[in-house]
Design a protein. Structure first.
Length: 189
């Protein structure tokens, strides 16, 4: 279950769409030790765009547009389910935060590999201009609505998924085997 949790001084209108799942859903709770953690879709671009807008700038335009009009990888969800994904979650509130939700629901530990994450040139440019680590946009940024999924070791990942880590025994989320002390995502309240 999820939802649109917002606090504001003005009226906010939210729209909810209901549907029917025609296949068995892939839940957050299915990850198992030994699984591969994989990501589909771009990650950190919307956070970079929000950082730019927060400073009163409008470029790089590609990041601003990523924030204003996300491009979720809609087809990646069914493809992951067909490929045997064991757990899945969308990254709306931050990569490490969502990995934490998946880890808690599955009763496992998740380790993300820094070297596997894409730090595209626009993210690097914004990081340099704002004096920020571009990795923080990828690790803690949301609103790109990428998909994070786990697959059995050795499984062929569907097109668009990139392996970014592993699932192991224990609990919590680490980055390259160590605790990460930066922002992990959005906290609603």
């Amino acid at each position: 279950m999820g939802g649109d949790l917002t606090r504001a001084d003005q009226v906010v209108v939210a729209v909810t769409v209901m549907g029917v799942c025609t296949v068995a859903p892939v839940l957050r709770s299915g990850a198992r030790p030994g699984d591969v953690l994989a990501l589909a879709g771009r990650q950190g671009w919307a956070a970079g765009g929000l950082a730019v807008l927060g400073r009163g700038f409008r470029s790089p335009r590609v990041l601003v547009e990523a924030y204003r009009r996300p491009e979720p990888p809609y087809d990646a969800g069914p493809a992951a389910a067909d490929a045997g994904a064991t757990a899945m979650i969308d990254v709306s509130d931050g990569l490490l935060a969502e990995a934490g939700h998946l880890a808690r629901a599955s009763g496992v530990a998740v380790d993300v590999r820094r070297a596997a994450l894409d730090l595209a040139e626009p993210l690097q440019a914004v990081g340099a201009a704002l004096g920020a680590d571009p990795l923080s946009f990828v690790l803690g940024g949301g609103d790109d609505h990428a998909l994070l999924a786990t697959f059995p070791a050795g499984a062929d990942l569907p097109e668009g998924f990139t392996p970014i880590g592993t699932v192991g025994e224990g609990s919590g989320v680490t980055l390259d085997g160590a605790a990460y002390d930066g922002p992990t995502g959005w906290t609603h309240f």
